[in-house]
Design a protein around this ligand. Structure first.
Ligand SMILES: [Zn+2]
Length: 112
């Protein structure tokens, strides 16, 4: 399952950060997640709760910062917030270029 693999990498990053800081407990893991990253938040949370067991992140909370999909028109330069990725400008039929929405990264790790 895609989300489980993802959570494994997230946990690895968090555990490495804790180790570097000689921390024994992780409180919060902050994640930036674009709407277009193709990740099911519920599945992600579920995997996190399962995989964190018996690690220093046992009680850690996953905080997810969702990033909307935005795109800029290559003709008129307008920036649109999109529900889904759309290739053409609704105003002038220019081509939309994705600005944000694909983000997938660990923002911060709060540990002891
Ligand atoms: Zn346009």
């Amino acid at each position: 399952m895609h989300e489980a693999t993802l959570v494994e990498s997230i946990l690895n990053i968090a555990l490495e950060a804790a180790e570097k800081n000689h921390a024994t407990k992780i409180f919060t893991v902050g994640l930036t997640l674009g709407e277009l990253a193709g990740v099911e938040v519920e599945a992600l949370r579920l995997s996190f709760d399962v995989l964190k067991k018996n690690t220093p992140a046992d009680d850690a909370e996953l905080v997810i910062n969702r990033v909307p999909i935005t795109a800029a028109c290559n003709k008129c330069g307008k920036i649109f917030q999109l529900e889904r990725y759309n290739f053409f400008c609704p105003e002038c039929d220019g081509i939309l270029i994705l600005q944000s929405g694909r983000e997938l990264l660990v923002d911060f790790v709060d540990c002891e």
